[in-house]
Write a protein that binds this ligand. Structure first.
Ligand code: PRT
Ligand code: ZN
Length: 304
């Protein structure tokens, strides 16, 4: 990794005033959010030493200080102003109910909070949750769900290893985070209701001072450029000129596709961007329209 202390001027963020302290951004110290959070900040062109991955790290070329915390503490620290902003799961933000502003949805650490029962228990609907003892680390989200659906069940709050609660007789249902579902499966449980869907969020202290907001806005601009780029691909193809109308209709691009003549008479090269979500349909339509030699490449940043 580069450890340049004097970054090239073109990459230096212009601090609103030289006296403005860096923006304090809280990241999870170690866990499922950590690596993706650090990679996002790096993808924003912000350099810092990963070796200093203890409690805090200053960045080289952007006025940012990273604070490494437990994810559960991040909404509270951001609400109290100890950190100006943070990256944390939506599940934690919703559970902790701290007054923080959600600024960006970051698209990683996707999971769901679900109620699960022992596999052998019959389940036909919400009525089968009445009278259950449900173990969870998310009592607030669970009690909201139970109240909303008029379910009388008791909540047993535990801080970890929720999935083993039924097998040790602590509860007869669980409400826990699920991503692949394999943890539930291997503990003899089946998912019966999803009560919340989550992904990582960028949150901030509400009412930040203008100098901090300026830094945060610059960071958000970079984050959005990185996220946009991740959801698009750059596409290059060759098409016979008589297919160009159809090809450009399929590929609207950011404004409109770039079309350039090829050395071979009657053919053109078309360049554009394609949304990841429509990718395969677009490719099939392009092939059907006569496109050939289709190349697809990742985009590093995308400024709209
Ligand atoms: O130490 P610290 O308190 O910071 O971390 P933590 O242990 O509380 O959290 P961590 O690192 O496990 O998760 C951080 C965040 O990642 C969560 O708050 C969610 O926003 C997100 N996330 C995404 C998940 C999962 N997917 C996930 N699968 N968090 C936890 N899990 C666990 C789940 O609790 C269960 O034990 O993974 C297991 C289920 O996974 P599958 O794939 O078997 O279904
Ligand atoms: Zn935690």
């Amino acid at each position: 990794m580069q450890t340049t202390l004097h970054p090239t001027p073109a990459r230096v963020f212009m601090n609103p005033t030289p006296m403005t302290p860096p923006l304090r951004l809280a990241l999870q110290k170690s866990g499922r959010l950590s690596e993706a959070s650090v990679r996002l900040i790096e993808a924003c062109g912000i350099r810092f030493s990963r070796a200093n991955h203890r409690l805090r790290a200053l960045t080289d070329n952007f006025p940012l200080e990273l604070l490494y915390l437990r994810d559960d503490d991040i909404p509270g620290y951001v609400a109290d102003g100890v950190a100006d902003a943070g990256i944390v799961g939506e599940n934690v933000v919703a559970e902790k109910r701290k007054p923080v502003a959600t600024l960006e949805r970051l698209g990683f650490a996707r999971c769901r909070l679900s109620i699960a029962l022992p596999r052998s228990d019959a389940y036909e609907g919400l009525g089968d949750l009445h009278g259950r003892h449900i173990a969870t680390s998310y009592p607030n989200l669970l009690s909201d769900f139970l109240a909303e659906h008029d379910i009388e069940a008791s909540i047993h709050e535990i801080s970890g290893s929720v999935e083993i609660a039924p097998s040790i007789g602590l509860a007869d249902a669980v409400c826990d985070l699920v991503s692949s579902g394999s943890t539930l499966l291997s503990n003899g449980l089946k998912e019966v209701e999803t009560i919340f869907r989550s992904e990582a969020l960028l949150i901030a202290h509400p009412g930040l001072a203008p100098d901090r907001t300026a830094i945060l806005d610059a960071l958000r601009f970079r984050i959005r450029s990185v996220l946009q780029a991740q959801s698009f691909k750059y596409i290059l193809l060759n098409a016979p000129n008589d297919a160009l109308d159809r090809v450009t209709e399929i590929l609207p691009g950011m404004k409109s596709p770039t079309v350039m003549p090829l050395a071979e008479e009657g053919w053109s090269s078309v360049h554009s961007v394609v949304n990841e979500n429509d990718f395969w349909e677009v490719i099939e339509s392009l092939r059907a329209a006569g496109a050939q030699g289709i190349l697809v490449v990742p985009i590093e940043k995308m400024i709209l």
